[in-house]
Write a protein that binds this ligand. Structure first.
Ligand code: HEM
Length: 412
């Protein structure tokens, strides 16, 4: 068992940027306590995290059936973080060979070439949303998070799945509450919403990914169980929305707060692609991801753990590991492309990376091109309340050409 250090307490208002160095200082693994007293380990150092992700499923598994304390009744299965993955059959919570089978079934929808076909549609949604932002910005302060960074990935992933426009606000609300890890029952509501959507698609098939998955599921060899179908639709929604929204919001904020770095992009001294890598590293939106379990007695970063221990993947702490990144807590778009882990590593590395990159590569340059004279407005926002996801609670900006409206401007 690892030597005893005081655990890191994860409270609803945590700042992941402040938490990352604290977790790192605890060594390659840190003991953490969730609200409700649930104890876990977090893998915090870059090398230790990468090594652990490389040795699934021999040393580490995603299947919560391995969680000793849960099996022994020491943990409430209704705890929001536990309910989020316990008994869930998405590819993220399964191990090979099931993981490989399911990932292969949907992989073709996410190839770089396939995703490039979405380029015109993503560009059109970006342009449409920025039109609305410009119009609103002539009269009031705009929250770029709510009015741009949220609706963009929601629309893109919804259209990819085939979720109609009128259901997108509800899907957004349920996904955010589920991912915060703070709302009991949220995941059940989200499942009920997805079940109803699947049921509808059975009678009204379309080109979307849900209908394609139903077709696979209903084919003779039925390689996708009904539960796998539901749980993977849920994964696409939760994995595909808040992550991307977080990077867009944090990225715009970072560049507005570091005008010298933005100038390097504007003057062509640094490419957008390089700046996006640094945003992904510095403000990892998937900050602290549940969850893996030790499949047997195993060492993590040289520290022995028994079988059945739960582990959080501390991607943000690892992406600010000073042994890998010089001046790791500084935002520096001129740094050499660095081997960050923002999209994970190993067999569960992000399936949606090509789609996420497409959205970031279109959205971030477009925001700065269209809203050239924007400024941050008001007090710096605190972090959004989430135990796992990292992004600011808001991103209020004023378009400078309207700054003369000054204090009379209605706030967003
Ligand atoms: C900037 C945006 C994104 C970031 C930072 C991100 C990050 C990640 C990370 C860190 C993981 C690995 C989690 C783990 O090890 O437990 C992951 C997995 C995954 N992501 Fe993303 N993601 C993003 C966007 C997307 C999008 C747009 C989709 C589209 C649906 C998506 C779908 C997935 C899926 C399906 C997995 C599970 C893969 C597997 O288990 O084999 N992600 N993502």
């Amino acid at each position: 068992m690892a030597e005893h250090r005081p655990p890191v307490v994860l409270a609803p208002g945590i700042s992941h940027a402040d938490l990352a160095p604290d977790l790192f200082a605890h060594g390659p693994i840190a003991q953490v306590v969730l609200p409700g007293g649930v104890k876990l380990w977090a893998i915090t150092h870059h090398d230790a995290l990468k090594e652990a992700l490389n040795t699934q499923p021999d040393d580490f598994v995603r299947n919560a059936a391995y969680w000793r304390a849960l099996n022994d009744g020491e943990i409430d299965p209704a705890h929001p973080i536990v309910a989020m993955f316990n008994g869930v059959d998405s590819m993220l919570q399964t191990d090979d060979p099931d993981h490989k089978r399911v990932r292969q079934l949907v992989q073709k929808a996410f190839t770089r070439r396939g995703i490039q076909k979405l380029q015109p549609r993503v560009a059109a949604v970006v342009a449409e949303l920025l039109d609305e932002v410009e119009t609103a910005g002539s009269e009031r302060v705009v929250d770029l998070k709510e009015e741009f960074a949220v609706p963009l990935p929601i629309r893109v992933i919804s259209e990819l799945l085939g979720i109609p426009a009128e259901d997108q606000a509800r899907a957004h609300d349920l996904t955010t509450r589920t991912l915060s890890g703070l709302h009991e029952g949220a995941v059940d509501e989200l499942c009920a919403f997805i079940d109803a959507t699947i049921e509808y698609k059975r009678g009204h098939p379309d080109e979307g990914l849900i209908s394609q998955m139903i077709a696979v599921r209903d084919s003779d060899d039925a390689r996708l169980s009904p539960k796998e179908l539901r749980d993977n639709v849920l994964l696409f929604y939760t994995a595909g929305y808040e992550t991307t929204m977080g990077v867009i919001t944090s990225g715009v904020q970072a560049l507005l707060e570091h005008p010298g770095q933005m100038e390097l992009i504007r003057t062509g001294q640094v490419e957008w692609a390089q700046a996006i890598e640094e945003i992904l590293r510095w403000q990892s939106s998937a900050a602290l991801i549940p969850m893996m379990f030790t499949a047997r007695e195993v060492e993590v970063g040289g520290i022995p753990l028994p079988k059945g221990e739960p582990l959080l993947l501390a991607y943000m702490a690892a992406n600010r590991d000073p042994q890998v990144f010089e001046r790791a807590n500084d935002f520096d778009i001129t740094r050499e492309p660095a081997p960050h882990l923002a999209f994970g590593h190993g067999v569960h590395r992000c399936l949606g990376e090509p789609l996420a990159r497409l959205e970031l590569e279109i959205a971030l340059p477009a925001v700065f091109e269209r809203l050239r004279d924007m400024h941050l407005w008001g007090q710096r926002p605190g972090p959004a309340p989430s135990l796992m996801m990292n992004h600011p609670a808001s991103l209020r900006v004023v378009l400078a050409r309207h700054v003369g409206l000054g204090a009379s401007m209605a706030t967003a």
